[in-house]
Design a protein around this ligand. Structure first.
Ligand code: CAA
Length: 385
């Protein structure tokens, strides 16, 4: 894999471990997991044993304490083989673990980060609702203080890994209907599935990423201990936006993995498939497609790695996060579309991996902010400096 800056010895070793794990433990099953929309519940433990669920968690909490670039390099390797497994890794590593690390109390960090790093507790993120997607600040899930608890009522939607999550960072309104405070009226709560009133609802029957379970969660007088409020009351939306800046880097790596896989399969197929008495890679029409695919993948990766190193230098990466996700997700969709064209009819059937890559690519243009939202964020940032 080409990288903007040469990868260090440690980064290459972690990349190799991710590649081996993906080839041995995931690749043999990906086709069936996709067909059956099956999530293997042993995966979090296996990934946890290798440290992949605590990649950016400090070593004192049993994580690997790695930088963002190293995490994204490993994530891309997994996504090259299975984008469903990659989204589980991305959400867990980018959102709930980082939110607890950044805004959690000492007690919350001690209680949750170790089992999360070891893969004993899988993390999820619950911001969206059936009526609040792109306009996330319009969410309606309500939290009301009752002594040393908060009581939550509402429905969260599109929660990746929801049925298997042991820790969900859920956003709910803590302002009251007669004094709404917009984005500042939303707080973040650490929700665990053992709490009374927690229900896993409808599982979505999706076009792609079928091995990643996506569900609604309903909170029916869910009693959350007051000690599970994350950070400051009223800051949940801001925390979500800051965390999505980072989450969007993870989705970029996932999208680049999908595109890289489509590129590799296409190059191999074009060398082997013969029409008009020669391999189709000898036709300029195919060469031009492969060249454009490779160029867009390399450009997406360069922007992602630049964004990751900016983040690791402590810079604010709101604009880079959105740019990376926009470019990588549109690249994944475009590259997988070209791949189907190169494969012809074989790209359109389930015997070959291309149609799964095409289906998996689409959602990268939708979740963690649609391409339209990324463009809004990028344009706004032009005027905020
Ligand atoms: N960093 C820090 N603060 C931020 C911020 C950022 N990136 N973005 C916004 N804020 C702050 C603003 O400064 C503002 O603060 P003040 O109260 O001090 O003014 C506050 O948040 C409200 O911001 P806006 O006025 O910009 O809010 P908005 O309602 O106009 O929305 C938006 C902005 C960018 C459109 C936002 O709603 C958004 O990103 N929408 C998309 C939501 C999304 O990505 N959802 C994905 C859910 S996760 C998922 O996909 C599932 C999964 O599991 C993979």
């Amino acid at each position: 894999m080409w990288a903007l800056t040469p990868l260090s010895e440690e980064q290459r070793e972690i990349q190799r471990v991710a590649r081996e794990f993906a080839r041995q433990e995931i690749a043999p099953h990906s086709h069936e997991w996709d067909r059956d929309a099956y999530f293997d519940p042993s995966l979090p433990r296996k990934l946890g044993e290798l440290g992949f669920l605590g990649m950016m968690i400090p070593e004192k909490y049993d994580g690997l304490g790695l930088d963002t670039l190293t995490y994204l390099v490993a994530l891309e390797e997994i996504a090259t083989v299975d984008a469903s497994v990659a989204v589980m890794l991305s959400v867990h590593n980018s959102l709930p673990t980082q939110m607890i690390l950044r805004w959690g109390s000492t007690e919350q960090k001690t209680r949750f980060l170790r089992p999360m790093a070891r893969g004993e507790l899988l993390g999820a993120f619950a911001l969206s609702e059936p009526e609040a997607g792109s306009d996330a600040a319009s969410l309606r899930c309500q939290a009301v203080r009752d002594g040393d608890h908060w009581v939550l009522n509402g429905t969260k939607a599109w929660v990746s890994s929801g049925p298997y999550a042991g820790v969900i960072i859920a956003m709910a309104r803590t302002d009251q209907p007669n004094e709404r405070r917009g984005a500042r009226g939303i707080s973040a709560f650490i929700v665990t599935p053992d709490l009374p009133g927690f229900h896993v609802g409808k599982k979505e029957n999706k076009m792609g990423l079928r091995a990643s379970p996506t569900v609604q969660l309903s909170f029916d007088n869910l009693r959350v201990p007051a000690t599970n409020l994350l950070g400051q009351e009223g800051m949940g939306f801001i925390y979500s936006m800051q965390s999505l800046d980072n989450g969007r880097l993870g989705i970029s790596a996932q999208a680049i993995g999908i595109a890289e896989a489509a590129l590799r399969h296409s190059a191999a197929y074009a060398a082997e498939r013969r029409q008009f008495r020669k391999p189709i890679k000898e036709f300029e029409a195919i060469q031009f497609k492969l060249a454009d695919m490779a160029t867009r993948v390399a450009a997406s990766r360069a922007l992602l790695h630049m964004s990751a190193t900016a983040k690791d230098r402590g810079e604010q990466i709101t604009q880079f996060g959105s740019m990376s996700k926009l470019l990588a997700s549109e690249t994944a969709m475009w590259v997988t579309t070209q791949a189907i064209q190169i494969f012809g009819g074989y790209g359109y059937v389930k015997d070959y991996p291309i149609e799964r890559l095409f289906r998996d690519a689409k959602v990268t243009e939708i979740y963690e902010g649609t391409s339209e939202i990324q463009r809004i964020v990028i344009a706004r940032e032009l005027y905020s400096r």
